[in-house]
Design a binder for this molecule. Structure first.
Ligand SMILES: CC(C)(COP(=O)(O)OP(=O)(O)OC[C@H]1O[C@@H](n2cnc3c(N)ncnc32)[C@H](O)[C@@H]1OP(=O)(O)O)[C@@H](O)C(=O)NCCC(=O)NCCS
Length: 286
């Protein structure tokens, strides 16, 4: 945690330009997928919420801005098909040199505080790449979000360094700002970080050979009602450098298991380590 961290709501053109620079540095510049300044300015002045994290001695090229989150008011449909107001939290990024210092977490807390202060919705959604363990841990375990929605190739082919060459599948998460699950997680009582392997139905990976990364193992077991443990890759950046189709195989492995579980009425409710391997946990109770 950085003591000098300050989170500010941004609307000025210059701040939007700084956000663009952070975006380029996080996702790799020059790919054409950067959000335009006119959209950032217009949204941030028309009900959207653009927040920036500044630290003393932060990045020089952004005058101390090291991370941001951005979203806007939207509609969604609840479980009974009723249209409801929600906040669509589209994007959050923290400069790589500042990862793992609690800045992403603090940005989400600040977004929650501001939305609760505004008071027009307590439902927030966003998407994350199921191959990204850090995002899974932050969203599901640390913030108490859940997911009952898997979206295939939702943004089409993207060209930035984190997404190029793969279908852009995403979990869409629901963050109910004031439910007991979220309040418990934020009070330091997250969903259990350990579960007895015997209580779980488990999908498996092949044991790694030498330094090679783990590979998913097909066929996947169909969900039978027990909590379902689905392995996810240790390090997606390392997989990207592997020859062959390993990253794509992981994409298909998680896609199939997630879709099977969600179709059977499960939700994604946890992300934990079992025997040194990270797993999604899908459960029926939510
Ligand atoms: C996702 C992202 C915004 C997180 O920001 P961050 O400031 O690094 O995250 P934090 O330091 O607040 O970490 C929050 C939680 O994430 C998890 N986390 C962070 N680093 C982790 C790591 N190396 N391994 C496992 N979990 C990790 C932890 O649960 C952590 O909470 P904890 O430290 O209290 O356990 C940042 O990694 C990022 O910009 N990634 C690239 C862009 C992206 O994927 N954006 C999100 C989708 S739009």
């Amino acid at each position: 945690m950085n003591d000098s961290l300050e989170i500010r709501t941004l609307t000025a053109v210059e701040d939007c330009r700084r956000v663009q620079v952070v975006q380029d540095l996080v996702w790799g510049g020059g790919h054409g997928d950067t959000m335009s300044i006119h959209v950032l300015v217009t949204q941030s002045k028309s009900g959207g919420l653009l927040q920036g994290a500044f630290v003393d001695r932060g990045a020089e090229e952004t005058d101390g801005l090291v991370g941001f989150s951005f979203g806007w008011p939207a509609f969604g449909y609840d479980s009974s098909g009723q249209r409801q107001l929600k906040f669509c939290s589209h994007i959050m990024g923290v400069l790589p040199a500042w990862h793992g210092r609690g800045i992403g977490f603090r940005l989400k807390l600040s977004q929650r505080d501001e939305l609760l202060r505004q008071g027009w919705t307590e439902w927030v959604t966003w998407t994350f790449d199921p191959l990204q363990r850090i995002n899974a841990r932050l969203n599901i375990s640390r913030l108490g979000a859940v997911s009952a929605t898997y979206l295939r190739n939702v943004y089409g082919e993207m060209t930035d360094s984190l997404n190029a060459g793969m279908p852009t599948d995403r979990f869409q998460v629901d963050w109910y700002l004031n439910n007991s699950r979220v309040r418990n997680a934020l009070d330091g009582n997250p969903p259990p970080q350990e579960m007895s392997p015997d209580s779980l139905q488990r999908a498996r990976t092949h044991s790694p050979r030498g330094n090679a990364p783990r590979a998913p193992r097909f066929p996947l077991p169909p969900p039978d009602g027990r909590p379902y443990a689905l392995p996810l890759p240790d390090n997606v950046d390392a997989l990207r450098r592997e020859p062959g189709n390993l990253l794509f195989d992981w994409r298909m492995f998680i896609r199939q298991a997630a879709e099977d579980c969600l179709a059977a009425g499960y939700a994604l409710t946890n992300c934990i380590q079992i025997e040194d391997e990270w797993h999604y946990i899908f459960t029926l109770e939510e």
